[in-house]
Design a protein around this ligand. Structure first.
Ligand code: FAD
Length: 476
C-alpha cells in the first residue's frame, strides 16, 4: 500500500508530494488534467511572509504576529484564526525554502503591494518574470522552481503520477478513509493508502456549485483555472465533511467578458484597472445599471472599492470616459493600447463608443436621462474642484469631449472563498466535531476565507497552499 495518496497536483499537492517523496515516502498523485501545476500556470505568484531571510537582508523588522494583525485588520477578523495563525507561522520557512531552491526574486521585493488592501510592512514577494509590463502572461516562477524537484522524484519512483485520473468518490469506514474511487480512461478503480490528501483546489469554475452556495450570486463571472470545479469539496461533502465560508466570497474588480454570455474573464487577456488609485489614477467614472455613480473612483482603499461593487445589481458597472480621458495617460486595460480600445469599441461586445451620451446610453441600455444627469453633475464637480456626491479628490477634467466610451466590467471570482474545514493538523472535520483521522486537505480547497476572511489579503492563498502542502509532506 502507498504511504500517501494525493489528489490534485497544484501548488499544495506538488509541494506535499515532493517533500514526502524526499523523505522516502511512497506517494501516488492523481491529476485529472493532462499536466501537473494546476493554478500555478495562471497565478500572479504573489507570496507573503514575515521574518524571512530576505526581509532581514533588507533590514525590515517584521514578525508573524504583525502579519497576523494586518490580516485581522484588513478582513475585520473574519478569517479562521487557527488556520491563519498556522499559515503566518509557516510562511517564513516556506519563503526561505524557495530562496534556497533559487527562487528568482524580483529586485523590488519584499514590497508593499497595492493591488489588494495594503499590508503595513513590505512582506510580499514575486519573481522577476512575474511582472510582465503588459500583464499578458503569468511568470510561472514557482512552477518552474518545483518542476525539477518533482521530475526527480517521479524518475526515482517515489512519486507515482496518475495523469488524466479523476477522483470520483471517497470511501469511509467511520472516521477513517479506506479508499477512493478514481476514474481514468472511462475505467473506474479503487486506490488505497495510509494517508489521503485532498488538494483539488477551489470551485470558482463550477457555476452551479458556486451560484448555489454563494448568497446573492445569480451568474458567476470567473477567471479561475477551468479545472477548479470543486471536485474534492463535493466528494468530501458526500462523506459528511464541514463546508464553510462561501458567504464571505469576494470579487476582483474590472473583469471584461470578451465573449458575452460565456461567464469567463481572462485575467491575462483583458481587465480594467479599477482596483486602486495608486498604480493608476482614474480619469473615468463608474456608473451602475441605473446610470448612477456609486463610489469614489479615486478611493485609496482597495477593500472599500471591492465592497462597493458587491451591492450593485449584477455586480457590474460601466466605466465611462471621453476622448480626452482616453488619450490622457496609461491605458485602462493594461493589455490593450489606446488603439486596441478603439478597435474593441467597433466590435460592440464589451466596449462601446458614441458621439453623444444619449447615443451611448442607447447602445449600452443605460437610462439616457440618468446618465446625462450623472455626467453633468460630475462635470460640475470638476469645474468646482469638489465632488459633493462621493468626495473624489482627483478631478482632472470633465467628461465633455466626444466620442464617449463605455466599458462593461464585472466583479469576478478569481478564487473561491468557501472550503472544507480542517483542524490545526489539517485533518478534515466531520459534522459533529470529529475528524477523519487519515484525511487531510490543503490549498484553495480550504477556501480563501480561511486565511483571508472576507477580503483579499495579499499572498494568502498561494503561500498557505505551499506551506500547508510542505508541512503535510514533512509530517505524514
Ligand atoms: C489568475 C490568478 C491569479 C492569482 N494570483 C494569486 C497571487 O498572486 N497570490 C495568491 O496568494 N494567490 C493567487 N491566486 C490564487 C492561487 O494561485 C491559488 O489559490 C493556488 O495556486 C491554488 O493552489 P491549489 O494547489 O490549492 O489548487 P490548484 O493549483 O488549483 O490545483 C488543484 C489541482 O487539482 C486537480 N483536480 C481537481 N479536481 C480533481 C479531481 N477530481 N481528480 C484529480 N485531480 C483534480 C486540478 O486539475 C489541479 O491541477 C491566483 C489565482 C488566479 C486564478
Amino acid at each position: 500500500m502507498d504511504d500517501i495518496l494525493i489528489i490534485g497536483a497544484g501548488a499544495a499537492g506538488m509541494t506535499s508530494a515532493i517533500r514526502a517523496a524526499q523523505r522516502g515516502k511512497k506517494v501516488v498523485v492523481l491529476e485529472k488534467m493532462d499536466k501537473v501545476g494546476g493554478t500555478l500556470s495562471l497565478t500572479a505568484g504573489h507570496i507573503s511572509g514575515a521574518s524571512t531571510q530576505r526581509q532581514s537582508y533588507a533590514g525590515i523588522q517584521d514578525t508573524p504576529d504583525s502579519h497576523y494583525s494586518d490580516i485581522v485588520r484588513i478582513c475585520r477578523n473574519t478569517m479562521d484564526p487557527t488556520i491563519t495563525r498556522k499559515a503566518v507561522d509557516l510562511a517564513s520557512s516556506t519563503i526561505d525554502w524557495l530562496t534556497e531552491l533559487g527562487y528568482s526574486f524580483h529586485d523590488r521585493t519584499p514590497a508593499i503591494i497595492y493591488g489588494h488592501e495594503a499590508y503595513s510592512i513590505a512582506r510580499t514577494y514575486f519573481g522577476k518574470e512575474d511582472i510582465h509590463p503588459k500583464m499578458q502572461e503569468s511568470g510561472q516562477t514557482i512552477l518552474r522552481l518545483l518542476l525539477p524537484l518533482w521530475n526527480e522524484q517521479v524518475h526515482k519512483g517515489n512519486i507515482r503520477l496518475l495523469i488524466r485520473c479523476k477522483l470520483k468518490q471517497i470511501i469511509v469506514d467511520k472516521n477513517l478513509v479506506v479508499g477512493i474511487i478514481a476514474e481514468q480512461d472511462d475505467r473506474e478503480f479503487i486506490l488505497t493508502a495510509h494517508h489521503y490528501l485532498l488538494t483539488t483546489g477551489g470551485y470558482a469554475s463550477c457555476p452551479t456549485f458556486f451560484e448555489n452556495c454563494t448568497p446573492g450570486t445569480s451568474r458567476l463571472m470567473s477567471a479561475a483555472n477551468p479545472a477548479s470545479t470543486g471536485d474534492g469539496i463535493k466528494a468530501a461533502l458526500q462523506i459528511g465533511a464541514v463546508f464553510q465560508g462561501a458567504e464571505k466570497q469576494m470579487y476582483t474588480l474590472g473583469g471584461i467578458e470578451l465573449q458575452p454570455g460565456s461567464g469567463r474573464i481572462n485575467f491575462w487577456e483583458a481587465w480594467a484597472r479599477m482596483s486602486n488609485s495608486i498604480d493608476r489614477k482614474q480619469r473615468e467614472i463608474y456608473v451602475n445599471i441605473r446610470g448612477e455613480r456609486f463610489m469614489n473612483e479615486y478611493d485609496w482603499s482597495v477593500d472599500q472599492r471591492e465592497h462597493a461593487i458587491l451591492s450593485q445589481p449584477g455586480k457590474k458597472c460601466w466605466v465611462l470616459f471621453d476622448q480626452r480621458a482616453l488619450y490622457d495617460g496609461d491605458s485602462l486595460v493594461p493589455q490593450w493600447t489606446t488603439d486596441q480600445m478603439v478597435q474593441e469599441s467597433y466590435r460592440e461586445q464589451a466596449v462601446w463608443q458614441a458621439p453623444s451620451l444619449r447615443e451611448l446610453a442607447f447602445k449600452t441600455g443605460l437610462p439616457p436621462d440618468a446618465l446625462e444627469k450623472t455626467v453633468d453633475k460630475f462635470n460640475e464637480s470638476c469645474i468646482a474642484g469638489f465632488d459633493s456626491s462621493w468626495g473624489r479628490t482627483y478631478l482632472k477634467h470633465p467628461l465633455d469631449t466626444p466620442p464617449f466610451f463605455a466599458v462593461l466590467v464585472y466583479a469576478y471570482a478569481l478564487i473561491s472563498f468557501g472550503g472544507i474545514q480542517v483542524n490545526n493538523q489539517l485533518q478534515v472535520m466531520r459534522e459533529g466535531g470529529q475528524t477523519f483521522n487519515n484525511l487531510y486537505a490543503a490549498g484553495e480547497i480550504l477556501g480563501a476565507a480561511a486565511t483571508s476572511g472576507q477580503a483579499f489579503c495579499g499572498g494568502m492563498l498561494l503561500t498557505p497552499a505551499i506551506s500547508f502542502g510542505k508541512w503535510l509532506g514533512d509530517h505524514l
